[in-house]
Design a protein. Sequence first.
Length: 119
Amino acid sequence: QVQLVESGGGLVQPGGSLRLSCAASRSIAISNAMGWYRQAPGKERDLVAAITRGGSPNYADSVKGRFTISRDNAKNTMYLQMISLKPEDTAVYYCYFQYCKPAGCNNYWGQGTQVTVSS
């Protein structure tokens, strides 16, 4: 089992910035994939940004140029830097990591952190 702890959400004005963190209880260097999803009220959970092993980051079109996903393997922590925030970015943000074994892969999710963009 992998425990994930998210932090960094909050209330920010439009145009502001936030950095989300997701700390894992297991080495993230061996994860197969990691990323961030978000879910706004009444909507489905959508991919925001993700990194796969050996691949480049990919982003939802709505956040390209504003959000940056990164990782610190030494701290077993993933980040989502968000700038130029818009009201439509308001959602609960969830991090995930995927770990694989020969028998298959498992996805582990954080508890979610609320991001509210409002004046």
